[in-house]
Design a protein around this ligand. Structure first.
Ligand code: LLP
Length: 384
């Protein structure tokens, strides 16, 4: 990616820079590839990023949205997404959040427990509304990703285990003002191989048969998100392989005639279009190591500290000048935590105070997870 450094001069760093044209190309690819299969519907998992300009492009491209809080439902409605394309998931929905979604007549609640079903039913009855629900099932598939972003194993706080599906359906079918329209799954995030998704399809095929034996016909299957991004080679792989991803579902999942297949893609939509742009404050020489101290820290991009993630680090000022000499640095932030470190032993062009540094592939789960820790400011957006 060529960064428009001239436009960065004079701006308060750190900030998030988003490349609109890469997002547009990504959306076009998603739409082109999904359109090859009848009944495929893509929703954007808005938890990845809610920058208004990005949301507008995503809405205009026709994606729906997957929300996990009342705040996200409000944000999407405000951004102009039709309520018929809004789904609401989450293991702990508050009453006000459920009421807000009922008032808006959203497409579907992804429900995760019997007590939640009962509360949605009560609140729907009180409003005289019908709540459409999909039951989230843990398919017991290991996503082989970081343990904090693995969700599909059988016993965890998300969803219900497969063994409980019959019982939950029994309850759901009897509750007033509840219509079961589908099943929902999400096995984890940042998956770089398709095998776990194929296994998910096998589980779904078996569950569909089980459900149909009870005379229930499902309008939709929702397989969540999870398609990963290439964090080490963002320029070689700026757009995830959506063709393979959708083709794999088409190959392994037995949809019924007229049945819809929903996806909730977060990271794969916005990851590569965003970078956190920071300035070098100091280059500090220790006994053995040299430290590049950035003005961006874990309050701006928490993924390295929280998931031991690595975002490619580029000294874009030195790159622009064609600086050939390199050195080895630990690249750290200014926050009073040892985990506030973006990379150890990074080989970078010789780096100086005032250089711009880009932390790549930060469009997903970057700005949205920023905090005020140490009373720091939330980084702004620059969308070009
Ligand atoms: N659907 C459900 C039910 C989810 O829980 C998630 C993500 C998604 C869809 C979207 O998944 P994606 O396509 O983005 O993989 N903060 C972490 C990622 C947390 C993902 C949580 N759930 C990170 O920075 O890696």
């Amino acid at each position: 990616m060529i960064f428009p450094i001239e436009q960065f001069e004079g701006l308060q760093t750190p900030f998030y820079y988003y490349d609109k044209s890469l997002l547009q190309q990504t959306l076009d690819t998603i739409n082109r590839e999904a359109a090859k299969y009848p009944g495929y519907h893509v929703h954007y998992a808005v938890k990845a990023n809610v920058d208004p300009t990005l949301l507008k492009l995503i809405r205009e491209s026709g994606l729906g949205c997957d929300c996990v809080s009342g705040g996200e439902v409000e944000t999407c409605l405000k951004a102009g997404f039709p309520s018929s394309k809004v789904v609401f998931a989450g293991v702990g929905k508050s009453d006000w959040e459920i009421n807000l979604a009922l008032d808006a007549d959203i497409a579907c609640f992804n429900i995760e427990s019997i007590p939640e079903l009962e509360v949605i039913s009560q609140l729907a009855v009180a409003k005289g509304k019908q709540a459409r629900v999909a039951i989230r099932v843990n398919p017991n598939v290991d996503a082989h990703t970081h343990k904090y972003i693995t969700t599909g194993l059988s016993e965890n706080k998300f969803g219900i285990s497969m063994e409980m599906l019959d019982e939950v359906l029994d309850v759901a079918m009897k509750l007033p003002n509840i219509t079961v329209i589908g099943l929902h799954f999400h096995i984890g995030s940042q998956l770089l191989e398709l095998a776990p998704f194929s296994l998910l399809c096998e589980r779904i095929n078996a569950l569909q048969e089980q459900v149909e034996k009870r005379g229930i016909r499902l309008q939709s299957i929702n397989v969540g998100g999870g398609l990963g991004c290439d964090y080490e080679n963002p320029d070689a792989n700026p757009i995830p392989d959506f063709a393979d991803f959708f083709a794999n579902y088409a190959k392994h999942l037995k949809l019924r005639p007229g049945q819809e297949l929903h996806f909730e893609l977060g990271r794969s939509v916005v990851c590569q279009c965003g970078s956190l742009i920071s300035k070098v404050l100091y280059v500090k020489e220790g006994l053995q190591k040299k430290f590049v101290i950035l003005d961006a820290g874990m309050s701006d991009l928490i993924r390295p500290a929280l998931y031991q993630a690595h975002h490619k680090i580029e000294n874009i000022s030195a790159q622009a000048k064609g600086e050939a000499a390199t050195d080895v640095y630990d690249v750290v932030g200014p926050i009073c935590e040892s985990s506030d470190c973006f990379g150890e032993n990074e080989v970078l062009p010789v780096t100086r105070r005032g250089d711009f540094v880009a932390l790549r592939s930060a469009g997903a789960y970057g700005q949205i997870m920023a905090s005020h820790y140490n009373c720091r400011r939330i980084p702004a957006s620059l969308v070009l």
